[in-house]
Ligand binder design. Structure first.
Ligand code: MG
Length: 448
């Protein structure tokens, strides 16, 4: 049986790989896996192809006897919130997240708004490929309910932030929405919380004219410049569906997600002890910070979905990965870019420091990331052949943690003929040593 879904949903070039007939069939397959009369919340991002694909997916859901709540253009976490708020049986978001403008895709959600897990994906794939759809008769077709959830969403989101401290400091914040779904709320939320907001790329536009929607340092030149030029205290950038958030300090340098994760975790754990969850590939800075502040910590396989599921099952406090965007399970079971930004700003205001000083106050960890290419058929064999010393962790790929706390993780790519080798250590030199040693080892096994 074929496979449709990647780590979270399905993505491809819009109107080629992901066309209306695909979206219709996927909607119908999803409906066929739910009970007739189930309710599904549907949202979309700002892409040119999103409305077209949403209409097709909604047709599929309706044909399968499912009732649809249409939320219009919203961030992915807003659909996740709506699943909880309206107690739906599922959710569907038309988005290609951080991918370039020509892409689109569909993310499917389970009750409570948690991303669909692999077993459910497989059931839907089974229906999709076998075409064993449930099509209801004309008299059992359900309606589409349009709901404007954003005012409620914004109100509930803001209730998670201590705005009194932000109001007192009134920090200057440059917000780069990247013309994605964040345009609909992020500048407004930060302004209402008491920030002086300068917005960039804050007009929804499916061509993403200002920058590539992925908040990577190479795409954030405009934001870095704007932060320095306006004398702002912090800059924040969101991705296309506003679930990820990356920050820039007052000097214009990008602050990566593991650092802001640690800052937010330390702050939240002061008020409430709980479980912090990230992946085995995330910096030990997060683990160390969580444990030092009286929290517990768990590392999962790589990927937002697994982290969200653990947070749901174990009633965790906070989760995330290094690429930015934290999961606040008390609010919604997916990464929430706007809330992440607001929380970082709250922590910054409480600290009384400049953002760069606050980041500098964290313990130092150095990382390296490499890819080693080799034939696909050998990629699978490397993990069984490789010999590592240290404490071995097989949660995802192969990780070895050494006596000095440094580590290496070796993981096959799910989609390309390559192995990823990440290392981390207390010094740059040690991280580089580990990188050189283990990437050479992987290379010789791949090419032997
Ligand atoms: Mg995203």
């Amino acid at each position: 049986m074929g496979k449709l879904f990647g780590t979270f949903g399905v993505r491809g070039i819009a109107n080629e790989e992901i066309d209306p007939s695909f979206a219709y069939k996927l909607g119908l397959s999803f409906a066929s896996c739910l009970k007739e009369g189930s309710v599904v919340a549907v949202g979309m991002d700002t892409r040119t192809s999103s409305e077209m694909l949403k209409c097709a997916a909604v047709s599929g859901l309706l044909a399968g006897g499912v009732e649809v709540i249409d939320l219009g253009v919203v961030p992915t976490p807003t659909v996740q919130f709506a699943c909880r708020h309206f107690r739906t049986d599922g959710g569907l978001m038309v988005t290609a997240s951080h991918n370039p403008a020509e892409y689109n895709g569909i993310k499917l959600l389970a009750p409570e708004g948690v991303g669909l897990q692999r077993a459910d994906d497989a059931r839907i794939e089974d229906v999709y490929f076998s075409e064993k759809f449930r099509r209801v008769s004309w008299d059992r077709i359900r309606p589409v309910r349009k709901e404007n959830i954003l005012p409620t969403y914004i109100k509930e989101l803001m209730a998670n932030i201590d705005s009194s401290i932000i109001r007192k400091k009134s920090p200057k914040v440059v917000v780069d929405c990247g013309s994605g779904a964040g345009c609909l709320l992020t500048p407004q939320v930060l302004r209402e919380l008491g920030c002086r907001v300068v917005s960039l790329n804050a007009q929804p536009d499916g061509f993403f004219p200002g920058r590539n929607p992925e908040p990577l340092p190479e795409n954030l030149g405009g934001l870095m410049q704007a932060v320095v030029a306006t004398g702002a205290d912090i800059g924040v950038a969101l991705d296309g569906d506003a679930d990820r958030c990356v920050t820039v300090d007052e000097k214009g340098s990008v602050v990566w997600g593991d650092k802001t994760f640690a800052l937010v975790a330390a702050d939240m754990l002061k008020a409430e002890k709980g479980l912090v969850v990230s992946s085995v590939a995330t910096s030990h800075l997060v683990k160390e910070t969580a444990e030092k502040n009286g929290g517990s910590y768990e590392a999962t396989r790589v990927g937002e979905l697994v982290i969200a599921k653990v947070l749901l099952d174990k009633k965790g406090l906070l989760g995330g990965e290094e690429n930015g965007g934290l999961i606040f399970p008390g609010f919604t079971l997916g990464r929430e870019g706007t809330l992440t930004a607001a929380k970082i700003i709250e922590v910054l205001c409480k600290s009384g420091m400049k953002f760069s000083e606050l980041v500098d106050s964290l313990p130092k960890f150095y990382q390296t990331k490499t890819k080693v290419r080799g034939p696909m058929e050998k990629v699978g064999q490397v993990l069984s052949k490789i010999k590592l010393e240290g404490k071995i962790d097989r949660t995802d790929g192969l990780k070895a943690v050494f006596d000095d706390g440094s580590w290496v993780i070796i993981r096959p790519s799910g989609t390309e003929p390559l192995m990823r080798v990440f290392t981390e250590a207390r010094t740059q030199q040690r991280a580089e040593e580990l990188k050189s040693k283990y990437s050479k080892m992987v290379e010789s096994l791949l090419n032997s």
